[in-house]
Design a protein around this ligand. Sequence first.
Ligand SMILES: *Cc1c(COP(=O)(O)O)cnc(C)c1O
Length: 457
Amino acid sequence: MSTRAKAYYLRMTVETTLVQERRLVTAIPGPKSLEALKRRTAATSAGLGIAIPVVIARAQDAILQDVDGNCIIDLGSGIGVTNVGNSASRVVDRVIEQVQSFTHTCFTVAPYLGYIEVCEVLNRITPGDNPKKSLLVNSGAEAVENAVKIARHFTKRQAVVVFEHAFHGRTNLTMALTAKNVPYKDGFGPFAGEIYRMPMPYPYRWVGDAASITSDALDLITQKIEKEIGAQNVAAILIEPIQGEGGFIVPPKGFLPGLADYATQNGIVFIADEVQSGFARTGDFFACDDEDVVPDLIVMAKGIAGGLPLAAVTGRADIMDSVHASGLGGTYGGNPIACAAALGTIETIEEDNLVDRANEIGAILESSLQALAKRFPIIGEVRGRGAMQAIELVYPGTKQPNAEAVSLIIQYCQSQGVLLLTAGTLNNVIRFLPPLVITDELLLDALSVLEEGFARL
Ligand SMILES: *Cc1c(COP(=O)(O)O)cnc(C)c1O
């Protein structure tokens, strides 16, 4: 059998054996996971966190199977990465083909078509019909760094405006751009300069209706920019159209278009960080599409390549072309295997219509979570868009953050084979990021476990 045929055969075996069903055969963690977790502790840096104490042996679509054989429902997608499902068939096929053709040349040494094709596709699917160009790198943080580099080079200005609750990565510049101290920044300074943080309109914790919050926030932010920085010194306004780690905070309608207009009027590059909200997650290809916001630059990673490390900056051709030759790059950026995976991912989203599927998943999530919120006043708010939904837990009758309840619920769900992720500056948010190929049955099963969790609290 040829290697290709063998790999294909192996994949078919995996596909036919990993049933999309929750199944517990041991306690979580089971004995084999416990054994492997001992090795994890001994061999890996204590600086690494862990969301669920199991060790994974295989995964397919929305099921993770651990080394003890437990089948766990994945409502996190590896933090919004496997939107097309784990080991999606078009991703696997293209990766196998690519890895057998060549593994690396370095695009800035000897270019290849995969990189060019991914850029062509990104230029097409990102918001706006204007001429666009792209750059590929390895991680979300690296893409954010490059977007800031490009904006500064283009504007010949230095200041970068960011927001409360923002998360943009863990490198030195992106730590500075990120809002939350523990765990991301504590003890890791000194941080990069010329970063200015603005209030974020957070409807649940602000006073007034959407329209008044939007106008209050825009007034406050533009005034602060004028008074504290000077608009003429601002290179970029950087924002997640729906905040991820910060707690799935959805700004009120009108805020993003207003902010983008202000940027345009003042020669400021408007950068949308869609690392978590992109690739069909919110029921549009990108969260900016919801209000037809066309960012000057858009930053992508996570959902872009079905789990392979790839990230991108796409944007206005004049901005992207303003950098001198060799001013951008990197050894691995746009690795050919990751590019093959991205092409398989985007093909899957388009051919299987996962944008619509995200809306269907969103409708199920929203109605189930709203029903839970009616029964359990500990749920202060249900929010999100499409398959990017969250619940914020509080002490009933107040808006006081309830991080304790979040840990108890998460632990209960884990013990029953449902993987959920937390979020929020106040650690009191549970977020739902299921793979967009999850079946209704699997999703409803996971939600029934969540309901038991609340009932037992
Ligand atoms: C995860 C994330 C990043 C950082 O991406 P990495 O690939 O982990 O470097 C940046 N921005 C947002 C909005 C993210 O969710």
